[in-house]
Design a protein around this ligand. Structure first.
Ligand SMILES: [Zn+2]
Length: 182
């Protein structure tokens, strides 16, 4: 950061504040401490009545043109479920029902935590948006595995199919050190 948002000073330094264990940006003029914490990304793995899975072809960087689950940054004032449903609507024009927590994964390298719900398509309304070049439902065998945007997306898809039809389905937890697809 270049300027203190409290007093406007450009004299910012890194220090471990008293009682803290991490380095923070601290203003030398007014002693304000600025905390930076991981961002949360929320979204849905949506299935339709035929068991096909919804994917969106990214219209934005990074990984432009590759396929991803509809997801995005959680906004202030939202629950993770509300955010997941909102992102699904914003990216794919899809409304869903019976959302169930599907997976949580950490990407420490980029300071992100993903929370993905599994949900059923409510009615057929999908369409492209400014964030998605294409929006499509895929049978397992038709999924463009080589053009999936992120390793974490592949994880979410694989876990979905692995536990399909099983009675006890856990919340899948993963950690990824590589941002890109495998
Ligand atoms: Zn200041």
């Amino acid at each position: 950061m270049n300027f203190c948002s409290t007093c406007g000073s450009s004299d910012i330094h890194l220090a471990v504040p008293e009682g803290d264990t991490f380095e923070r940006h601290v203003c030398s003029s007014c002693a304000a401490v600025f905390y930076s914490n991981p961002k949360m990304i929320v979204g849905c793995l949506v299935t339709d009545e035929a068991g096909r899975v919804l994917l969106c072809k990214r219209a934005i960087e990074p990984r432009y043109g590759l396929w991803n689950l509809p997801c995005g940054f959680l906004e202030n004032g939202e629950t993770v479920e509300q955010g997941a449903l909102r992102e699904t609507w914003e990216e794919a024009l899809v409304k869903v029902t019976t959302p169930r927590l599907h997976c949580i994964y950490n990407i420490p390298k980029v300071d992100q935590v993903y929370i993905i719900y599994a949900a059923q398509l409510l009615h057929r309304s999908e369409g492209t948006t400014t964030e998605s070049l294409e929006v499509e439902f895929f049978h397992r065998q038709d999924i463009p595995w080589k053009d999936i945007a992120f390793t974490s997306t592949t994880f979410a898809l694989e876990k979905h199919f692995e536990f399909l039809g099983k009675e006890a389905v856990p919340v899948h937890v993963g950690t990824f050190h590589n941002f890109a697809a495998r």
